[in-house]
Design a protein around this ligand. Structure first.
Ligand code: MG
Length: 270
């Protein structure tokens, strides 16, 4: 996998005078609410397949073997997101929306093609608890390193638009634009490994560190690298599902995680 890290903190690329404690954090889910983008992508994917089917039929080359046309019934956002949070397969979500199985591949190709388009990225919004949490980490002299399967350029654009750049020290992202949607555990592990190694090289403190995230990729990566893991259920996975992964802790949002995670080594040392 091709990874890329971007130093955006003021002193992040030089040897630190005072080593800082590092916390690793995912981007989509803990900081960004991607639910509307994913839902809009799903709706546009269905619409594109419907239009393609109509066009093919009009041209005398119908996509469906049977006579009747499509009868799509898009799910509500609440229904769609509940299914995503409980890891219902994309195929099942599509079929429950009235999409015939033979049109699933074109639908998914369309979804992957457009999910990172700027017209859809604009639906991304800041999680309500994120701003307070990022300020809290900064106040407590924590070095916050983002480890994300998003492209670093997308991450920086969002952070800049929200005025959050001064609160983030480093971004480790994937150069593959499709990595975030695929959300592969091995990609996340590799990125986290590189991030930990680089922070150690810079002299920062990664022992007693945490990986905070909202999916199995974050929890598994953190566990494999020997970190404590904080699973947040404000993202794309439900609390019930996250508990099956046995993270160190499950929290509702980044703020409650920050309050707990920052004080934990102090409690251990006391
Ligand atoms: Mg995430």
């Amino acid at each position: 996998m091709t990874a890329c890290n971007v130093s955006i903190g003021q002193f992040s690329s030089v040897q630190p005078a005072t080593p800082k404690r590092v916390i690793f954090c995912d981007f989509d889910g803990p900081i960004v609410d991607v639910s509307e983008r994913y839902y809009q992508t799903y709706l546009k994917g269905l619409l594109a397949v419907e239009l393609a089917a109509e066009l093919a039929t009009a041209q005398g080359q119908p996509l469906l073997a049977r006579e009747q046309g499509l009868n799509l019934k898009p799910l509500s956002k609440a229904q769609f997101w509940r299914m995503k949070q409980n890891r219902v397969a994309d195929l099942e979500i599509a079929m429950r929306s009235g999409l015939p199985a033979e049109l699933f591949d074109p639908f998914m190709q369309q979804v992957k093609r457009i999910v990172n388009h700027p017209n859809l990225l604009r639906w991304d919004s800041l999680q309500p608890a994120a701003l307070g949490a990022l300020h809290y980490f900064k106040q407590r002299n924590i070095r916050l390193v983002l480890v994300t399967l998003r492209h670093p350029r997308q991450v920086q654009a969002f952070l800049r638009s929200q005025g959050l750049e001064p609160l983030i020290d480093e971004v480790f992202g994937a150069l593959d634009m499709n990595a975030a949607h695929a959300n592969r555990v091995d990609h996340k592990c590799e990125l986290l490994m590189q991030a930990i190694a680089q922070q150690k090289d810079l002299g920062h403190l990664t022992q007693n560190s945490w990986m905070i995230g909202d999916t199995e990729a974050d929890v598994r990566a953190g566990q494999l690298m020997g970190l404590s893991t904080a699973a947040l259920c404000c993202g794309v996975r439900s609390k019930t599902y996250l508990q099956t992964l046995s993270p160190s802790k499950v929290y509702g949002c980044l703020m409650t995680a920050a309050l707990d995670v920052v004080k934990m080594p102090l409690l251990q040392a006391a």
